[in-house]
Design a protein around this ligand. Structure first.
Ligand SMILES: *Cc1c(COP(=O)(O)O)cnc(C)c1O
Length: 397
């Protein structure tokens, strides 16, 4: 037998964390890493947040799981919080981002297949370099061939337009179009915020043709950009939105949010999840909302984001051969490199104990816990500077 007990789908690195403390991870052998990856935009309260821990501990000791066949006071309460704080009127809880996007895709299709809809409208227009998850529907929603290879046939009903190019989206709209599925700020694609014109234009197309505007805010949502959700930066509202990653603060939780109109097809028996919205997940989500869903916290993220960005912009000026620019919003930042970003990310990790995330378009993702402050930013800039100074760009093979 040569296959590993963990199915070898991830090329795992040598960092093997066994403990987390605020913005640091501690490895099996005691090495401390500064964690500016946050489990890929998940641990927004860091690794040992007392409110989150005690909420989970208390709920685990009280009631961990019941079926969705029963009433859910915990689910109703968290759904109401999300409804109060967003565009949405109704919420379906999931256990992951891909499931939240799946629910969003189903909700958009069901809107048109409702008795008042146009059942020919089955196609969602999605965008180049998008990432929506790894289920069959969510890989089909992305144009990235590397995620498709070996998994044919794809799910039908997706058309790919150019990200941030309104004309390209417009050109694909037909009498089969159900709506648009888009990350307002692409994460895996390289921390690329969509332009105002693009988002406003998609909203206008949806209004004009009765289409669903579906946002995937799995990575950019939940206070990461200084707003509770990134759509707020654009002064428009989606009809349907997927959220996950940060919303559980590290506990597996996601949700599909929708307006009442958009959710008209999602009646009894149309969708479900055994674990979705169970009391333990609701306790985690509630603790996260308690911490982040207030103006004070959000304003702090904005200020911290601006400070970190300014410092990064100054820093990259010292290495014009390595770095091109900084982009993103709040504490969702990307450094676009002039060389391949992946080997540099490995260098920072292995030689400077700094954890970031590589992304598309040769971008280095900087996703600190939202509770990071000046002390952690100082440490980050120190490690990044040392990393850049000691870096030898590898020869291309
Ligand atoms: C991570 C991510 C997903 C998938 O979430 P999982 O929890 O891994 O299923 C979907 N969309 C975006 C934008 C993401 O960043």
């Amino acid at each position: 037998m040569s296959i590993s007990p963990l199915m070898p789908v991830y090329p795992r690195c040598g960092v093997r964390p066994i403990r987390g403390e605020h913005c640091h991870l501690i490895d099996e052998d005691g090495t401390r890493y500064l964690d500016f990856a946050s489990g890929i935009a998940v641990n927004l309260l860091g690794h040992s947040h007392e409110g989150l821990i005690s909420a989970i501990q208390q709920q685990a000791a009280t009631l961990m799981h019941v079926s969705n066949l029963y009433g859910s006071p915990q689910g109703e309460a968290l759904a109401q919080r999300l409804v109060d704080k967003t565009f949405a009127d109704t919420v379906f809880f999931t256990n992951s981002g891909a499931e939240a996007v799946e629910a969003a895709i189903k909700t958009a299709r069901a809107y048109h297949q409702h008795e008042d809809g146009d059942a020919n409208r089955t196609e969602l227009i999605t965008f180049t370099n998008a990432f929506h998850g790894r289920t069959m529907a969510t890989i089909s929603a992305s144009n990235q061939a590397k995620m498709h290879k070996g998994f044919m046939p794809l799910l039908a009903g997706f058309q790919y337009a150019e990200f941030d190019d309104l004309e390209s989206a417009k050109a694909l709209v037909s009498d089969k179009t159900a709506g648009f599925l888009v990350e307002p700020i692409q994460g895996e694609g390289g921390i690329r915020p969509a332009s105002q014109e693009f988002i406003s234009g998609l909203r206008a197309l949806c209004d004009e043709h009765d289409l669903m505007l579906v946002f995937d805010e799995v990575q950019c949502g939940v206070a990461r950009t200084g707003k509770l959700y990134a759509y707020e930066h654009y002064g428009i509202e989606p009809d349907i939105m997927a959220t996950a990653k940060g919303i559980g603060g590290g506990f597996p939780l996601g949700a599909c949010l929708a307006t009442e109109t958009a959710a008209r097809g999602m009646g009894f028996g149309t969708h479900g999840s055994t674990y979705g919205g169970n009391p333990l997940a609701m306790a985690a989500g509630t603790a996260v909302m308690d911490a982040v869903a207030n103006d004070e916290f959000l304003a702090e993220v904005t200020v911290k984001g601006e400070r970190l960005r300014t410092r990064l912009e100054q820093f990259i000026g010292n290495y014009p051969d390595l770095f091109e620019l900084v982009r993103g919003k709040g504490l969702m930042l990307g450094i676009k490199m002039k060389v391949e970003s992946r080997p540099f990310f490995v260098h920072l990790r292995d030689h400077h104990q700094l954890l970031t995330v590589a992304a598309g378009d040769n971008t280095l993702r900087v996703l600190p816990p939202l509770v990071a402050g000046e002390v952690e930013f100082d440490e980050f800039l120190d490690k990044l500077s040392a990393g850049a100074a000691s870096y030898q760009v590898p020869e291309r093979a």
